[in-house]
Design a protein around this ligand. Structure first.
Ligand code: ZN
Ligand code: MN
Length: 494
């Protein structure tokens, strides 16, 4: 049996556990600053170092952000929840336990819509729980040869952990769900979700079962997946490994696998801990976490228009195609920028094209976001109007945009200073046309013999002579007319 047909007989079952760093100024249980990239062990104190006698105190901002995320994920937020100690020994865990939540988490029973993937229509993926916890420190293996160093700046940084039901049925769905979750959390501004810096980390539970089976077979957990493409690769690898084991009559071991992106393979890291290995018990140094009515009301009010809602509104309000609306609602700043441009100019579809294509291209060249180019929405709108009115050709418009980014000046200023106005003057255009004809006798002959596609070549040459300033419509007319006269002449002389 080929591996392809074997895989076709199986269904992949995936659940995700996602850790998200909350964007607070200070840590979860102490006043230490949260700052990525700070010199090692400079943001630490007796609380996050776990020194004897130090007592934790809850960061209320972190709780507010967690409640906001929970509401947006349609969870039930529990008015009372309990912090618990999760005990394990690891060099980057100074207290010997992590303060987390266990049997009474902050929020449960939510869902988030997964967009349509392949043949599966859009559907809800259950979010089983969302709880608050602190991060561990970081082991650094690359600072001192042969030794591991520990940086505790990250110890105690606030996290939420979001656990989905095993509702996902393919690596592509897992990737799409993670994308939707990340985008939602970014819109909420509860986290920067920067995967390279570890603000968003994914562990995935995966198992495979024969199609039609409803049992939950033995799963493995894949850790250390730090990008969308690696998530898809790791899950594809792991599902294929399970199928191979089952096909050979073996049994999948319940274990934790470490994904190695460089080698493209997952290696067993340790036998999977059972829950009792952690000896969870309620954190004696913290009271029950109470979420007030006021906090829930505040959070409900904070939920912004979410990306898929914005996308629908962009289609309705500005007549955009679904694709444009989706691209322009990808992030909140981009959506706000687009809307400001659309409001400031008379053609929202033209505004969409300019933002998505021309402005995006300049931004990409510079490795910047569209909103960081320094072109104000009103300034871009002015440029779009100038092109729409025919004062500038589109080609010139692109040049002016570049100059706007370089100089910070407006389109009108640049046009005046650099004489970039589109040239429609007949005599000037005829001049360029005559030069091009004189310089390319062979092409002219071929054109006159019926090779009409050469017109584009002549237009390009003449446009180049005009430094992009010639009005393309007038130029085409002038070239056609000139060629027509040549044709007549050659016919007359024959
Ligand atoms: Zn501290
Ligand atoms: Mn956790």
């Amino acid at each position: 049996m080929s591996s392809v047909s074997a895989r076709e007989g199986y269904e992949t079952v995936i659940g995700l556990e996602i850790h998200v760093q909350l964007e607070t100024r200070s840590k979860m249980f102490c006043g230490c600053r949260v700052q990525f990239g700070a010199p090692p062990n400079t943001h630490v104190c007796p609380v996050c170092l776990g020194l004897p006698g130090a007592l934790p105190a809850v960061n209320e901002e972190a709780v507010r952000l967690a409640v906001l995320a929970a509401l947006a994920l349609n969870c039930e937020v529990h008015r009372r929840s309990v912090f618990a100690r999760k005990n394990y020994f690891y060099p980057d865990l100074p207290k010997g336990y992590q303060i987390s939540q266990y049997d009474r988490p902050l929020a449960t029973d939510g869902w988030l819509e997964l967009p349509a993937v392949d043949s599966r229509p859009a559907c809800r993926i259950d979010v089983q729980r969302l709880h608050v916890e602190e991060d561990s420190g970081k082991s650094l293996h690359d600072r001192f040869p042969g030794q591991t160093a520990v940086d505790l700046n990250r110890a105690g940084v606030p996290l939420i952990e979001v656990v989905t039901a095993p509702d996902l049925r393919s690596p592509a769905e897992a990737r799409a769900f993670l994308g939707r979750l990340k985008q939602t959390l970014e819109y909420l501004e509860v986290s920067d979700c920067n995967m390279e810096e570890g603000s968003l980390r994914v562990d995935a539970n995966v198992s495979v079962r024969p199609h039609g089976s409803v049992e939950l077979p033995t799963k493995t957990e894949v850790k250390n997946v730090n990008s969308f493409s690696q998530l898809e690769k790791a899950l594809t690898y792991e599902a294929a490994r399970h199928v191979a084991i089952l096909e050979s009559g073996g049994r999948v071991q319940h274990e934790t696998m470490l994904w190695d992106p460089a080698r493209g393979e997952a290696r067993p890291m340790r036998g999977k801990e059972e829950v009792h290995d952690y000896r969870y018990f309620a954190e004696p140094d913290l009271p029950t976490l109470e979420v007030t009515e006021g906090t829930v009301a505040w959070a409900a009010e904070q939920i912004p228009e979410l990306p898929w809602e914005k996308m629908r509104r962009f289609q309705a309000d500005y007549g955009l195609p679904a694709y444009d609306a989706e691209v322009l609602s990808a992030t909140r700043p981009l959506a706000a920028y687009y809307e400001a441009v659309a409001h400031a100019c008379s053609d929202p579809k033209a505004a969409a094209n300019w933002v998505m294509v021309e402005v995006q291209a300049v931004a990409n060249e510079r490795g910047l976001a569209v909103t960081d180019l320094g072109v104000e929405p009103e300034q871009l709108a002015e440029l779009i109007e100038l092109v729409g009115a025919g004062t500038l050709s589109r080609l010139l418009g692109k040049q002016v945009l570049r100059r706007m980014v370089e100089t910070g000046k407006t389109a009108a200023q640049i046009i005046d200073e650099e004489g970039l106005r589109k040239v429609s003057d007949e005599r000037q255009i005829d001049g360029w046309v005559s030069e091009v004809i004189a310089e390319h006798p062979k092409e002219v002959e071929r054109y006159c013999k019926g090779e009409e596609k050469l017109l584009a070549f002549f237009i390009g040459q003449a446009m180049h002579k005009s430094q992009g300033k010639a009005d393309p419509d007038r130029l085409r007319e002038a070239l056609r007319a000139a060629m027509g006269r040549l044709d007549d002449e050659s016919a007359g002389s024959a």
